[in-house]
Design a protein around this ligand. Structure first.
Ligand code: AHG
Ligand code: MN
Ligand code: MN
Length: 347
């Protein structure tokens, strides 16, 4: 892979960068490269709608519910359809899966390919109408079955099997951040020319964390361990200064800020909503791809007891508690949960 210094201060499009990265894999056929190209194209198409959502009759509810029983926003539907239409006919994927549906087969009139695309088409939907940053999350696996249409078995893989993952952040600027296992790289869309340009090569989590990010509105419903952990985060300790709280309510935006500033995001299990006893975030298309990225950026992600990368998805929409960010902060979360929450079974 080209040395990152080579790119410093240069004008590099995401297409050129992805192609350069492909050179590091002599056996590469270019299929994964093309899937990443198409995610960048999806980002441009979805951005064109988000930047004028208030005008383009794209705000508000689509008047339907998704498989989660959640109200679907028009932009959720638009983003879902955009990603599907860019990928259904290319012969690169065996199957797709997203937050909005059960698994999404490749239409029988098209050929299937070696990869699997999992995605959250629009993350932070509750923020769309409030003009607050939202995002898209994606992960790419190699299929496990050997031929024919992809199946749920191809989708339900632990995040450690990912070959690529990334997100798109529709914020003050639109960014695409991805990794194929050779570091995490960020690109900013220049709307004047419609190109994603390399703006954040080889992102590494800062050693000194600045923020903790969680919805403290649920604090009364957290376990004693998570309550004690939150108190620890707020205080100066030998390991770190007391952290400030930042919570946007869009996972992609909260994750991105912590990736650049250092910190921890957590959405723990709580006993407030019986519908989400094990936390709200979904393993396959939210926690898993971000765990792949944070690992590449020098951090870690846990469900409070084990690495997210190793959690086996039992179901497509399986929810997990999520602690993600600087390794020392995630390890402390696990330590507090071990100390306060895990009732040791009497020998
Ligand atoms: P989505 O819009 O894809 O359903 O995801 C929303 C998620 C995530 O983006 C965010 O971290 C979390 O919901 C916020 O949940 P609360 O409003 O309960 O804090
Ligand atoms: Mn989401
Ligand atoms: Mn979503």
């Amino acid at each position: 892979m080209a040395d990152m210094q080579e790119y410093h201060g240069k004008l590099v499009t995401i297409e050129r960068f992805i192609l350069d990265q492909q050179q590091a894999h002599p056996a590469a056929t270019g299929t994964l490269t093309n899937i990443l190209y198409d995610m960048a194209l999806a980002a441009k198409i979805i951005t064109s709608k988000t930047t004028r959502a208030g005008l383009a009759e794209i705000l508000g509810s689509a008047g339907e519910e998704n498989v989660q029983g959640e109200e679907v926003q028009k932009l959720d539907v638009f983003a879902q359809r955009t990603i599907f239409r860019l990928n259904d006919h290319t012969g690169r994927l065996a199957v797709m899966a997203s937050e909005e549906e059960e698994i999404i087969p490749i239409p029988s009139r098209f050929s299937v390919g070696p990869y699997v695309l999992v995605f959250d088409p629009l993350d932070g939907s509750s923020n769309i109408d409030m003009n607050v940053s939202i995002g898209t999350i994606f992960g790419i696996y190699r299929r496990k079955t050997t031929s024919g249409p992809g199946t749920l078995q191809d989708v339900l893989q632990p995040a450690r099997n990912l070959v690529a993952a990334g997100y798109i952040l529709y914020g003050a600027s639109t960014m695409m951040v991805y990794s194929t296992g050779n570091g995490v790289h960020g690109f900013t869309l220049d709307p004047a020319i419609g190109e994603f340009l390399l703006s954040h090569p080889n992102i590494k989590l800062p050693a000194r964390p600045k923020y903790y990010s969680t919805n403290q509105g649920y604090q009364p419903f957290w376990t004693p361990g998570v309550q004690a952990y939150t108190d620890w985060l707020q205080r100066d300790t030998p390991e770190k200064k007391g952290l400030s709280l930042r919570y946007i309510g869009s996972l992609v935006a909260d994750f991105h800020r912590n990736l650049l500033s250092g910190g921890v995001f957590y959405y723990p299990a709580d006993n407030k909503d019986p519908k989400k006893p094990g936390g709200k975030l979904r393993l396959v298309y939210e926690a898993g791809p971000l765990a792949f990225l944070i690992d590449q950026a020098g951090g870690s992600a846990s469900d409070g007891t084990q690495a997210i990368l190793d959690v086996e998805p039992a179901r497509l929409h399986m929810r997990v508690p999520l602690f993600i960010g600087n390794r020392i902060l995630v390890e402390q979360a696990e330590s507090f949960i071990r100390r306060y929450d895990q009732v040791t079974v009497a020998a």
